[in-house]
Write a protein that binds this ligand. Structure first.
Ligand SMILES: C[S@@+](CC[C@H](N)C(=O)[O-])C[C@H]1O[C@@H](n2cnc3c(N)ncnc32)[C@H](O)[C@@H]1O
Length: 367
């Protein structure tokens, strides 16, 4: 049966590949809508990089900010963009095609989508730092063969064991902390903290997740474990947020140091995908050994689609992790398997609401 299906699919693929067939199908009443959508989808793939670079230019030139409160013609805006009117027109029209600008009567204005984009904390910084990733991808075949010495690997030196100093920590903080609020809310919507006495966030960054968790479970105490330079930034931030008393800060490396005891729930938010399988297995074993019976672990990070690859997980995050060269994006099923091998049970992979933000898998220590 499988062979017959494969044979049929093969024949259909050969048919679909014939130019004459495409022209014919585009005229047939029941299939022409499908053919047009497929054509558009193929063209989106072809144009992807051009679109991303036009987006980067719009962000770098702050066009969505400039046009948020009032409409302008291309020639009025051009001097502020440092380009001649004709070129500005092309950039602005690209923005309209992306749905980020509206065009009416020859004047451009930021659209609702454009306003939403600049309203997402950290998103513009993320778009800007893609220049590093795109340089790494300049020779895509060499990249996939592992022949490229990627720049992105140096962009996040903290991942390699904390040799990054204060500058790297600050750079990390700006980019990570801004997006962490969204990841925190998404995570906390998926899990319940009922019954948790002490939550420890391992690799907790500057403490944004703990701050959000603290608001949802008022009686819960907090602990954050991270590399020294980052932990110091967390101490300052959490004190400023009025959580200095409630949150214990533990500097250290989960590779080399013991994790502090006392938590009955441990969260790992955007931590595992930075690390190879051996480090992940060792970290989860540490977490498991530390938690009491019934204690829970919460893993939250962007994941691949497993048997159903998707754009955010299997294109963006998987390739980003490949460029970082330290870890890999995993599916919820793979994370669950790591948790099972570490000795957890009641493993639940929550259906992601926005997989491009995060996916959450939680598990318990057997009673
Ligand atoms: C991608 S960031 C995520 C931070 C935060 N959880 C978030 O979602 O914004 C990974 C975090 O793991 C920390 N980290 C990396 N290696 C570590 C190690 N060996 N021990 C402790 N923390 C580590 C980094 O310093 C960083 O704060």
């Amino acid at each position: 049966m499988a062979d017959r299906d494969a044979g049929l699919k093969g024949r259909l693929n050969r048919l679909a590949g014939r130019p004459g067939f495409q022209r014919l199908a585009a005229r047939l009443p029941f299939v022409r809508g499908h053919v047009r959508r497929e054509g558009e989808a193929i063209f989106d793939l072809v144009a992807g990089f051009v679109q991303s670079q036009a987006l980067a230019a719009l962000v770098e030139l702050r066009v969505l900010h400039l046009l948020r409160d009032g409409a302008e013609t291309a020639s009025a805006l051009a001097p502020r963009l440092g380009m001649e009117a004709g070129r500005a027109e092309i950039l602005l029209r690209a923005g309209v095609a992306m749905g980020l600008l509206d065009l009416r009567g020859g004047r451009y204005r930021t659209s609702l989508r454009g306003a939403a984009l600049i309203g997402v904390p950290g998103l513009e910084a993320m778009i800007s730092h893609h220049e590093v990733l795109y340089r790494d991808l300049a020779d895509p075949v060499a990249f996939f063969r592992g022949e490229t010495k990627t720049e992105l690997a140096g962009f996040w030196p903290y991942v390699l064991g904390g040799e990054g100093g204060a500058t790297e920590a600050a750079r990390y903080s700006a980019l990570m902390a801004e997006s962490q609020a969204m990841v925190a809310e998404e995570t906390l919507d998926a899990v319940s903290l009922r019954g948790v006495g002490r939550l420890m966030d391992v690799g907790g960054g500057t403490g944004v997740f703990l701050e959000h968790a603290a608001r949802r479970a008022r009686g819960m105490t907090l602990a954050l474990f991270d590399l020294p330079a980052v932990a110091e930034a967390a101490r300052v931030r959490l004190a400023a947020a009025g959580l200095g008393e409630r949150a214990a800060i533990h500097p250290g490396s989960f590779r080399d140091d013991p994790l502090p005891a006392g938590a009955d729930a441990i969260s790992l938010v955007r931590v595992l995908y930075d690390h190879d399988d051996a480090t992940v297995a060792a970290l989860l074993a540490k977490v498991r050994a530390l938690l009491p019976p019934g204690g829970r672990v919460i893993v939250s990070e962007p994941m691949t689609g497993g048997p159903r690859p998707n754009v955010s997980g299997d294109i963006y995050f998987a390739i980003y992790c490949l460029a970082m060269r330290t870890g890999r994006a995993r599916s919820a099923g793979e994370v669950a398997a790591f948790l099972e091998r570490a000795g957890f049970d009641q493993i639940t992979a929550h259906k992601p609401r926005r997989a491009f933000v995060t996916t959450v898998v939680e598990a318990r220590v057997p009673q």
